[in-house]
Design a protein around this ligand. Structure first.
Ligand code: FAD
Length: 128
């Protein structure tokens, strides 16, 4: 038995959808959501932002508020390493501080990253 939290690594669509039922199933367990951004954007509405139908705040959710609503904690940090044998992750805070965090279970949802240098506009992708 461990007191270490469940870590949701990345506030991708999947981890955000997993948090409410996870909390309902495990009401007494510490859950820590970690993401390098402080807001998560719903990609399906992104074209509407580009078209001017929505503002950025209408298609995204503040992660600290979202976590608090589900009795979880939020840590803004980039995940830089995972040691499954030691059950620890290494994270870097925006200030540069590095921390190692114990976990009982961890769910990885950091999205995908592509590099397509053959597409000239790839380097200047818009961000909300
Ligand atoms: C413009 C656009 C429109 C789309 N429309 C649709 C649609 O209509 N229907 C559909 O099914 N799919 C759509 N998609 C695809 C869909 O968004 C993705 O499949 C989905 O977001 C993938 O979810 P995910 O949970 O894997 O991670 P993501 O939602 O990509 O989230 C990854 C998260 O991880 C965080 N992160 C990344 N690296 C780190 C790190 N090292 N440390 C900490 N945090 C990190 C990021 O900040 C982000 O919050 C669209 C995509 C785009 C770009």
């Amino acid at each position: 038995m461990t007191d270490a939290p469940i870590l949701l690594l990345g506030a991708g669509h999947a981890n955000l959808l997993a948090l409410p039922p996870l909390r309902a199933a495990l009401p007494g367990v510490a859950i820590l959501l970690i993401d390098m951004a402080d807001r998560a954007t719903y990609s399906g509405m992104f074209p509407g932002l580009v078209a001017g139908h929505y503002r950025a705040d209408q298609i995204s959710v503040g992660l600290a508020d979202f976590a608090a609503r589900h009795n979880a904690e939020f840590l803004r940090a980039g995940v830089t390493g995972i040691d499954p044998d030691a059950r620890q992750v290494t994270v870097a805070r925006p200030c540069g501080a590095v921390r190692r965090l114990d976990y009982a279970q961890a769910a990885l949802d950091l999205g995908s990253h592509g590099a397509m240098p053959e597409i000239e506009a790839f380097a200047i992708m818009p961000t909300p």
